[in-house]
Design a protein around this ligand. Structure first.
Ligand SMILES: Cc1cc2nc3c(=O)[nH]c(=O)nc-3n(C[C@H](O)[C@H](O)[C@H](O)COP(=O)(O)OP(=O)(O)OC[C@H]3O[C@@H](n4cnc5c(N)ncnc54)[C@H](O)[C@@H]3O)c2cc1C
Ligand SMILES: NC(=O)c1ccc[n+]([C@@H]2O[C@H](COP(=O)([O-])OP(=O)(O)OC[C@H]3O[C@@H](n4cnc5c(N)ncnc54)[C@H](O)[C@@H]3O)[C@@H](O)[C@H]2O)c1
Length: 494
């Protein structure tokens, strides 16, 4: 049977796309094909301002989606091949599905420093997060490689286990922060021990009667949906020991070589001890033997129980490539144009799997984030609908300005526009306001216009800054007043 619309992927991009298609075409059957036994649904969506949005994410059985929108049919099976010329896809369960328009939303996979090494873990979906948690309960020391979102969250959350955090850069959190913001956050990391934390659970797992036990081997090897905001809230990230927090940061280094225990003994090289923890107690000794040893480019060797490779993602394109001449982006994603079309007729893509290749607004960039997966899934459905009806559609407003709200080290973090002066060259200025332990405000200015901002803490500035970036008003007459905490800048612009 041919469905007019087939969507692949039960993550945020795929589910949002299928939902939007189902609403637009209530009399059409929409087929959602996904390798994971549960789907991700956006709930409690709130448009906080023009572009900033907040929502919860629920992992749900696919029947909940089918009940909510009866013209969606979910097939739980991985796609193993796409024959784009025949407009047909083949699934692991031996079936084939014809389509008129297809949207690929198969997400991404962790890009690991050492593929296939049992001591190197990646974190992507519920299964991999649980495997990590299980291994952590027996671990005395682990190493985290990478300096982006996952690493930032882990180093703050892990307790009862020594953590060596090895980063290529000089400062922490390079994908989100410059050195100034990193310093502001580092002091929080060091003082974490004494802090009373506010737990705020946003991801709910309502999978009552999960089909997990019934999963076949093929299914359990396939990728699930990516975790999202506050994924660690439900997981106790606790190691084998009884202490709160013990972290050592190794900067400006990469992994040179990994040795298994026996292999390491033969080298007769020496590993170094964990630098004395700030809580005063030595937890491990340098005489201990470890399952794996990590040689860093700095020359230091550390033993540990295992490593987490939080080193970014690779778009999950392989199942769709054979026999199809897709144009791929530099990061390996399916290139999509401003209508979310890939290079092949009637094949669209959205979310982590795609590489945005339209001429972007000067203050937007693609990042593989939850919010962008939702926006792209929604917009791809709009584009597919418009093409079907012979209409044209303008780029959605959400792509006008990059906006991301998240939480690091228990601070609210808002990133707007070219928040790290990406692509602005030397021709820009920074304006800063910082109160240690409380807030960090950075505005990126070019020719008197605001191009981006980083807001850490409860600054309450996001809406005003969003407007200033969007309207590109000349702010030079206001000079330093712009960030003066004693001046209510909103009054200026009312
Ligand atoms: C640990 C972690 C924390 C994160 N935290 C945040 C955060 O705080 N904020 C934020 O904005 N973003 C966060 N992200 C990123 C965010 O989760 C992703 O950008 C987003 O979920 C991507 O959505 P997606 O729908 O494109 O892909 P995914 O969620 O990866 O979904 C892909 C879907 O495709 C299915 N699939 C894969 N292959 C096949 C196949 N061959 N056939 C059929 N189906 C297939 C999968 O089963 C899955 O259902 C985090 C990511 C991780 C890993
Ligand atoms: N709160 C949030 O917004 C949040 C939290 C977690 C994850 N995420 C998203 O989930 C995805 C996965 O997270 P992630 O942290 O793995 O990716 P990331 O892209 O955020 O960070 C990857 C990091 O790994 C480093 N790196 C890459 N190759 C390396 C190598 N060979 N050796 C050492 N370092 C290397 C990069 O410099 C970068 O710091 C990303 O899309 C991320 O944006 C977002």
């Amino acid at each position: 049977m041919e469905a007019s619309f087939v969507v692949v992927g039960g993550g945020i991009a795929g589910v949002t796309c299928a939902e939007q298609l189902a609403i637009t075409f209530p009399s059409e059957d929409i087929l959602l094909i996904t390798a994971s036994p549960v789907i991700k649904a956006v709930t409690n969506f709130k448009q906080v301002s023009k572009v900033l949005e907040e929502f919860d994410v629920e992992e749900q059985p696919s029947s909940m989606l089918e009940n909510r929108l009866p013209n969606i049919r979910v097939i739980e099976s991985g796609v193993k091949q796409l024959k784009s010329e025949e407009h047909c896809i083949f699934t692991e369960d031996g079936r084939q599905h014809a389509y008129k328009k297809l949207c690929l939303c198969a997400g991404a996979k962790p890009k690991l420093i050492s593929e296939g090494n049992p001591y190197v873990l990646g974190i992507r979906d519920t299964d991999s997060a649980q495997e990590f948690q299980k291994r952590l309960t027996k671990a005395k020391r682990i190493m985290i490689i990478g300096n982006g979102g996952i690493a930032l969250e882990l180093v703050y959350e892990i307790e009862g286990c020594e953590v060596i955090w090895a980063i290529k850069d000089k400062a922490i959190g390079n994908t989100f922060f410059d050195a100034g913001a990193a310093e502001f956050l580092t002091s929080k990391l060091i003082s974490k021990k004494s802090e009373a934390r506010i737990a705020q659970k946003r991801t709910r797992y309502t999978v009552g009667g999960s089909k997990k036990e019934a999963r076949t081997k093929a299914e359990s090897e396939s990728v699930g949906s990516a975790l999202g905001p506050d994924w660690h809230e439900g997981l106790a990230l606790k190691g084998a020991e009884e202490f709160s927090h013990s972290i050592h940061i190794e900067t400006a280094c990469e992994v040179k070589k990994l040795y298994l225990q026996e292999e390491f003994k033969k080298t007769e090289k020496q590993s170094v001890a964990f630098p004395k923890a700030h809580h005063g107690k030595s937890v491990t000794t340098d005489e201990e033997t470890w399952p794996v040893y990590v040689e860093l480019t700095s020359g230091k060797i550390y033993g540990c129980d295992f490593l987490v490779s939080a080193t970014g993602v690779t778009p999950n394109v392989e199942p769709f490539l054979q026999g199809n001449n897709f144009d791929l982006g530099e990061d390996g994603g399916l290139r999509v144009d401003d209508q979310m079309r890939t290079s092949l007729p009637d094949v669209y893509a959205a979310g982590d799997i795609c590489t945005a290749c339209w001429e972007p607004s000067p203050v937007w960039q693609q990042m593989r984030l939850w919010t962008q997966a939702r926006q792209m899934g929604w917009y791809a459905a709009k584009c597919m609908a418009a093409a079907t009806l012979g209409e044209s559609i303008d780029m959605d407003f959400s792509f006008e300005l990059f906006a991301h709200v998240t939480k690091f080290f228990n601070y609210k973090v808002v990133l707007l526009g070219k928040y790290n002066a990406q692509g602005l060259g030397a021709n820009h200025e920074l304006m800063l306001r910082c109160t240690r332990g409380q807030e960090y405000v950075k505005a990126i200015m070019q020719n008197g216009r605001m191009m981006g901002a980083v807001l850490i803490g409860e600054t309450d500035l996001e809406e005003t800054f969003e407007n200033l970036i969007l309207n590109q008003m000349d702010l030079s007459p206001y000079g330093k007043d712009l960030l003066d905490p004693n001046i209510d800048i909103e009054d200026y612009f009312d």
